[in-house]
Design a protein around this ligand. Structure first.
Ligand code: XMP
Length: 321
């Protein structure tokens, strides 16, 4: 892999920001560029760097894949409006669910999301606008895991030998590719993002699809979205690196109102990590676990079982898919 990491101890954020802004300007020239903002730390930092470099020549889109968390599109558009950045909300829910229909293999699901995102949604957008560049927040861990064949991160193209210019008609610019998450948070702080954004727990590009085992349908995403909201409410004060809910494919026998209920299972994960490369489960108190089980089985329709994952990464990965 010929990308060289900048470790956090060697990162001078002011210099890094100035260099990346110059680089974006010289790469884009006097043309137009687009970027996708999910509201995660990486894409938020790229959006601000891009706007500092290009101003109105950068169009920023929030692609609504139908796989996002509750209220996320509206919230992110509003936060960036306050920062002076216009974010255009693109409804692509139908395209993503059509591409995911009938797919159960994790890597096939990831591939379907990549193609829908880059070829279909962004392919159309750049043609419409006449942009030649896409800015995105790929980080060092994404590249490392994809190249190692662990998990195909949705945003890795060139490192897999894919040429986006040939395939989709635009070049990809990746200003954060030499940093890990901790370095990106530091750059986010220096570049003036609100703390709410640069301290956000990581969230994967394939969004809730990375947390649905088996077929990703609107109904199954609604279930995991509901459980995610409860997990985030209960664990946001835990100080953990990342916490999530996963919907399993297997059903288990439960009891509801004195009757048999062959229901759904939700797995909760909560991670201690600094860079997502290795991780260990947070030692949550039994009280917290009990409240999670109680709320998820009471509020989320159909769920009769809640488990907590106590495996480290490796051999686990942070997301289930
Ligand atoms: P894993 O599941 O590989 O996750 O242990 C490591 C970190 O990366 C996030 N993640 C992704 N981020 N695109 C992303 O931008 C992806 O396809 C993707 N898959 C996982 C995950 O949430 C964790 O922080």
């Amino acid at each position: 892999m010929d990308v060289r990491e900048i470790p956090i101890e060697k990162l001078d954020t002011q210099t890094f920001i100035a260099e990346r802004i110059e680089e974006i300007r010289s790469d884009v020239g006097d043309g137009l560029a687009v970027n996708a903002l999910s509201g995660g730390v990486d894409s938020s930092v790229v959006t601000i760097l891009g706007h500092k470099a290009l101003g109105d020549r950068l169009r920023t889109f929030f692609i609504n894949s139908g796989l996002m968390r509750e209220g996320e599109p509206e919230h992110i558009v509003a936060v960036f409006r306050d920062l002076g950045v216009t974010v255009e909300h693109i409804h692509a829910e139908d395209r993503f669910f059509a591409a995911l229909k009938g797919r159960t293999d994790p890597e096939e699901k990831r591939e379907a999301i990549t193609q829908t995102f880059y070829r279909d949604v962004f392919g159309d957008l750049v043609r419409e606008i006449g942009a030649k560049h896409l800015l995105q927040g790929t980080n060092y861990t994404d590249v490392e895991e994809t190249v190692a064949g662990i998990k195909r991160q949705h945003n890795i193209l060139e490192q897999l030998g894919l040429d986006p210019e040939k395939m989709y008609g635009y070049r990809v610019i990746e200003p954060l590719i030499r940093l890990r998450k901790s370095g990106i948070r530091k750059v986010g702080e220096t570049v003036g993002l609100p703390a709410e954004l640069y301290t956000r727990p990581p969230f994967p590009g394939p969004a809730l699809a990375a947390r649905v085992i088996g077929e990703v349908t609107p109904d199954r995403v609604a279930t995991v979205r509901w459980a995610t909201q409860i997990v985030e409410e209960e664990l946001s004060g835990s100080g953990a690196f990342q916490y999530l809910a996963i919907l399993h494919e297997d059903r288990v026998t439960g009891i509801r109102a004195g009757k048999r209920d062959f229901g759904l299972q939700i797995e909760v994960r909560c991670w201690e990590s600094t860079d997502a490369k290795i991780g260990s489960p947070t030692r949550l108190s039994y009280e917290v676990l009990d409240r999670l089980a109680e709320r998820i089985t009471t509020d989320v329709p159909g769920v009769v079982s809640v488990t907590y994952n106590v495996t480290r990464k490796p051999p686990s990965t942070i997301e289930a898919i």
